[in-house]
Design a protein around this ligand. Structure first.
Ligand SMILES: *Cc1c(COP(=O)(O)O)cnc(C)c1O
Length: 364
């Protein structure tokens, strides 16, 4: 079972290639696999070699615009085991729409949303049918599914071979999946602002594209070295307005009970968790605002803060340090509303909370 993001790509992988006649040629490739018992019986070195083989795709071109220039985009979504044995996916239609938008933003032929949803469902289903599925565990109910396992699905584009700078006219869309074990937030939930820049006006910050993740990764690793969990990016022009975490959206519950998150300008990634949290907040009667918010307002007016994204869900932030000044929130613990969003979202994922918005989709 994968822990966090250990890569163990499930055997069935979807690949579609854009053809000259404007259609997508689709295949479901069943990659070599062993049973769990066979894998467990391998020596450490054999297991490493086996996983390397399992995780590589020699039929795809090595030298292309994706590997050379980071030209590509991706999605991330999850499927959750249900009490009755089913698997249900969280809002795949939203991911499909965002993938289409991203591909258009990269001037690629866009992948149709209906094909996206079907491919995601089929990948989960085919892997389930050969036993690659986490079993529902009633123990997860005890901690409101914080210890729950799931399947992470990663659709992404991959370009045709090429070494000169060029657009991708005949990309692949690949859909892989991998098990994810319990995600336990580390004991440290401190955040720090950075003066480096994730996205610029007129840039690609609004696209879930490969090239956006270099600076955030560098900055987050440096922040972690200094004892923080997360880095917070400010706007590129004035270094004054809060934009995002390293790869997640950010929220502030102000002392007057208004929930604020930065509005979607072209430097902000339109998160599906973000959109879902806003909906839950409105339904709970909280006043919500999508607007620019300065770091100064955040430091003086915030009582709870959290980041949101598919990988980590809703993760509280205990403090933010900016220019040597630190503001603490909710006594450095998870705040009441943050906890509500976390529990409600997880409850919807695993079928313990009524899915009144129809966010969950079956695979059959
Ligand atoms: C993927 C991503 C998010 C979160 O989006 P979700 O749809 O909630 O997973 C936020 N910010 C960035 C930069 C991202 O890449």
């Amino acid at each position: 079972m994968g822990k966090g993001f250990t890569l163990e790509i499930n055997p069935f992988v979807y690949m579609a290639k854009f053809k000259d006649d404007g259609t997508w040629q689709e295949i479901y490739s069943e990659r070599p696999h062993k049973s769990k018992e066979e894998e467990d019986a391998l020596s450490e070195q054999d297991r490493e070699e086996w996983l390397e083989k399992r995780n590589s795709f020699p039929e795809l071109p090595l030298v292309n615009y994706t590997t050379q220039y980071g030209f590509g985009c991706f999605e991330g979504l999850k499927a959750f085991p249900q009490k009755n044995g089913d698997l249900r996916i969280f809002r795949p239609d939203e991911n499909g729409k965002r993938m289409e938008t991203s591909m258009k933003g990269l001037m690629m032929p866009p992948f149709p949303v209906d094909k996206f949803i079907k491919a995601v469902k089929q990948v989960i289903k085919r892997n389930r049918d050969i036993g690659f599925v986490p079993a529902y565990d009633p123990d997860w109910e005890k901690d409101d599914y914080l210890s729950g396992h799931s399947i992470y699905i990663r659709p992404f584009t991959y370009t045709e071979p090429g070494i000169g700078l060029n657009l991708s006219l005949k990309p692949w869309v690949v859909v892989v999946s991998t098990p994810v074990g319990a995600y336990f937030a580390p004991g440290n939930n401190k955040a720090v602002t950075t003066d480096r820049v994730r996205a610029t006006p007129g840039g690609t910050g609004w696209i879930k594209c490969d090239s956006n993740y270099v600076i955030p990764t560098l900055v987050k690793k440096m922040a972690m070295k200094e004892g923080y969990m997360e880095a917070i990016f400010l706007d590129a022009m004035e270094r004054k307005y809060v934009e995002e975490g390293s790869s997640c959206n950010i929220f502030f519950l102000l002392k007057d009970d208004t929930l604020v998150t930065p509005n979607l300008e072209d430097t902000i990634l339109p998160g599906i968790t973000r959109k879902s949290v806003l909906q839950l907040a409105r339904d709970k009667g909280l006043k919500t605002e999508e607007r620019r918010i300065t770091i100064e307002e955040v430091l003086s007016e915030t009582k709870e803060s959290f980041v949101s994204g598919t990988a980590s869900g809703v993760t509280y932030i205990e403090s933010i340090t900016h220019n040597g000044k630190t503001a603490e929130f909710s006594g450095r613990k998870m705040g009441e509303f943050t906890n509500y969003f976390l529990k409600t979202l997880k409850g919807i994922h695993y079928g313990a909370v009524e899915d009144k918005y129809g966010w969950m989709t079956g695979v059959d």
